[in-house]
Ligand binder design. Structure first.
Ligand code: MIC
Ligand code: SF4
Length: 641
């Protein structure tokens, strides 16, 4: 067996491990973060389970940390009090970005982790199966319920050689994105093997598994080896180590070969992570801003390399350099060993250990700016400045670029980039607050601010569905298009009515008003609809706007699950060319849809009443998904028992 099969089969609750068929697995650990967490805990409360049943569940506060009004602080208070009551640990704001802290302090080889954040697969660096999902799926897992997924096929990413100086783990994953695209990993686990694995430290592996999310992969995983042991030991957690690697005769559905020594620095150009060129090909683009940090590139190793490049130099006068170390542990070590001093003296602006600029929480660039960043997504508008272009690179490329003011190949920089992994990290868990005991829980009060509004719930599927195509969209529409999330909107993650005023506005600002006026309808989309974030809001808000179905060429994994969990039909064209036969405003109908779905039909007719023809759409649902759609979503199904 390969590593993926070993972990999945050890956690299998039902189904057969045949790629494409539905399996249910037991979840050992869960994580939430604050921007998806408020909704996940509201849903957990709605399920009426007193205490979580996982080995460890933890709530991070790392996204909405810019407190410009009462809303975010109120959400933090709600999360702090609801988690304490129900047996969940709390990582306070300031402790760091969920994925970085999970890696340092919580993750364990061989375990399963479900997180309400699409970059949860970062944990795969430690040899765990770590999967991102919607908040409702995570709430169910916290309650001890299994997690249902389509059994992935496993891709062997076979690594040979060693990364040359100045070439980073980020360049490995950018190369994979260049080759495979943002939908190349859909339905797959990327499993890393080969002699190159041992040359990569845990933070380097984590950069690769983190950004596997951008491939659309279910998750990514490395074996657990002596490098893993050394990392856990340096975190004071050697007891959590178990060795785990693929059997010699393990088989894979596909193999991708990467010779690490042949790689060069890469960059993803606006506005898609797979729009990748070599830094050399991209040329000397003039840069206005450089941001270093995010869950992809904010480890101690990353930051030490950045400090080495900046030491004794000054950032180019036209560049604003922003650095956000990924965790309190990293920041604390940098402040102790003097590397922070080197950054500050080079004129870096140091931000708190949080998602920050990566999710548009501050540091929005100027009009038409070129912003070079180490994060994982450069989707249109995500930085908070629509006219800016975001370029994704490694920490080394970012730091070198900050000095020269133009996109720069870090191999040209004169600095010692050899950073030794510490034998002992400065770990301290005093920002991780344990829940109250079971006895105290009954009296523990959950504090809810006025910004927390009830969430919409679907009702059982109607006999017939009809309505207009309210919006026709292209390929690769992201959840940042569907439910934008910058610093002005993130405070409203527990206020769906308010968010609905901005739904799909980056595609068409008139959409929210039109959808409300029409009293609902349908959406039409191209390939990979809903890629990106795990945010369930991208389904809850359309539900609130009475969107009955999305007719697309294909869907991204987490978003499709979120639509079904909320009773919205994910319909796929049987014949992709039919997409061109539909226009915005066309009136469509799904007649007898309830009976068809109940009878198990996987192909349903979609009538274009305006143009007078019918086409076929696929609706491949598992038994459970079918019951969910008929009941009007997962909460209704759970209530029905
Ligand atoms: C993101 O990177 O897009 C986020 C913000 O972390 C999201 C979660 C969210 O929308 O709250 C994700 O990746 O799932
Ligand atoms: Fe936070 Fe950005 Fe990572 Fe999302 S991708 S978890 S916003 S740092």
């Amino acid at each position: 067996m390969n590593v993926t099969q070993k972990i999945l089969s050890a956690h299998l609750v039902s189904g057969e491990m045949i790629p494409g068929s539905e399996i249910a697995i037991h979840i050992d650990q869960t994580l939430t973060q604050d921007s998806t967490g408020t909704m996940a805990y509201l849903q957990f409360e709605a399920m009426g389970i007193p205490r979580v049943k996982t080995e460890k569940s933890i709530a991070y506060i790392d996204h909405n940390t810019l407190q410009t009004g009462f809303e975010n602080a109120d959400d933090h208070k709600y999360i702090a009090t609801v988690t304490a009551k129900h047996g969940v640990y709390l990582s306070k704001p300031g402790n760091g970005i969920c994925h970085q802290v999970q890696l340092e302090r919580i993750g364990k080889p061989g375990k399963t982790l479900l997180g309400s954040d699409s970059h949860t697969p970062t944990g795969g660096a430690l040899g765990m199966i770590a999967i991102g999902a919607g908040g409702l799926d995570v709430a169910v897992a916290m309650g001890g319920g299994e997690y249902y997924l389509s059994c992935p096929s496993v891709v062997n990413v076979h690594l040979t050689g060693e990364l040359p100086r100045g070439v980073a783990a980020k360049d490995v994953i950018l190369e994979l994105l260049r080759r495979l695209s943002v939908k190349g990993g859909v339905g797959k686990v990327m499993e890393y093997t080969g002699p190159g694995v041992a040359t990569l430290s845990i933070p380097e592996r984590a950069t690769i598994t983190n950004m596997g999310a951008e491939l659309g992969a279910t998750t990514s995983v490395f074996p657990s080896d002596e490098v893993t042991r050394a990392f856990l030991k340096a975190q004071g957690r050697e007891g959590d180590f178990i060795p785990l690697c693929a059997d010699e005769d393990a088989t894979y559905e596909e193999t991708v070969e990467i010779d690490l020594s042949s790689l060069v620095p890469m960059v993803a150009l606006p506005h898609m992570p797979d729009n990748v060129k070599t830094v050399e090909e991209a040329g000397q683009i003039k840069v206005d801003q450089v941001c270093i940090g995010s869950c992809t590139n904010s480890s101690y190793l990353d930051m030490m390399r950045v400090a080495a490049i900046l030491k004794g130099k000054t950032v180019h006068p036209d560049v604003s350099l922003v650095i956000a170390p990924g965790s309190r542990q990293v920041l604390s070590m940098l402040s102790k060993n003097g590397a922070l001093h080197d950054m500050i003296e080079a004129s870096a602006r140091i931000c708190e250990t949080a998602c920050g600029f990566c999710i548009g929480m501050g540091q929005s660039p100027s009009t038409n700016a070129v912003s070079v960043r180490t994060n994982n997504r450069n989707f249109f508008g995500r930085s908070g400045t629509k006219s800016a272009g975001i370029y994704l690179v490694s920490c080394e490329t970012a730091a070198a670029t900050a000095l020269t003011g133009v996109l720069t190949d870090p191999r040209q920089v004169d600095a010692d980039l050899n950073v030794d992994m510490p034998e002992s990290f400065l770990y301290n868990d005093n920002l991780i607050i344990p829940p109250v005991s079971e006895e105290e829980a009954a009296d523990a009060v959950v504090v809810r601010g006025p910004n927390i509004k009830p969430f919409p719930q679907a009702s059982a599927l109607e006999e017939n569905l009809g309505g207009k195509v309210l919006l026709k969209m292209e390929d690769n529409i992201t959840t940042d298009h569907i439910m934008p999330s910058d610093s002005s909107l993130l405070p409203f993650r527990s206020n769906i009515p308010k968010l609905s005023e901005h739904c799909l506005a980056p595609v068409d600002p008139t959409f929210p008003a039109r959808a409300k006026e029409a009293g609902g309808g349908f959406l039409l989309a191209g390939q990979n609809y809903g890629q990106g974030s795990s945010r369930e809001h991208a389904a809850l808000v359309p539900l609130y706007l009475k969107i009955r179905g999305v007719l697309a060429k294909s869907f991204a994994r987490i978003h499709r699950a979120n639509l079904i969990n909320n009773g919205i039909l994910p319909l796929e064209f049987v014949n992709e060319a039919d997409y061109d036969r539909f226009d915005q405003e066309d009136e469509i109908a799904l007649e007898n849809i309830q009976a068809l779905i109940a009878s198990g039909a996987e192909i349903v007719p979609v009538l274009n009443k305006t143009k007078g023809f019918a086409i076929e759409a696929k609706l491949p649902l598992t038994d459970r998904q079918r019951r969910m759609i008929l009941a009007g979503g997962l909460i209704n199904l759970t209530r029905m028992g």
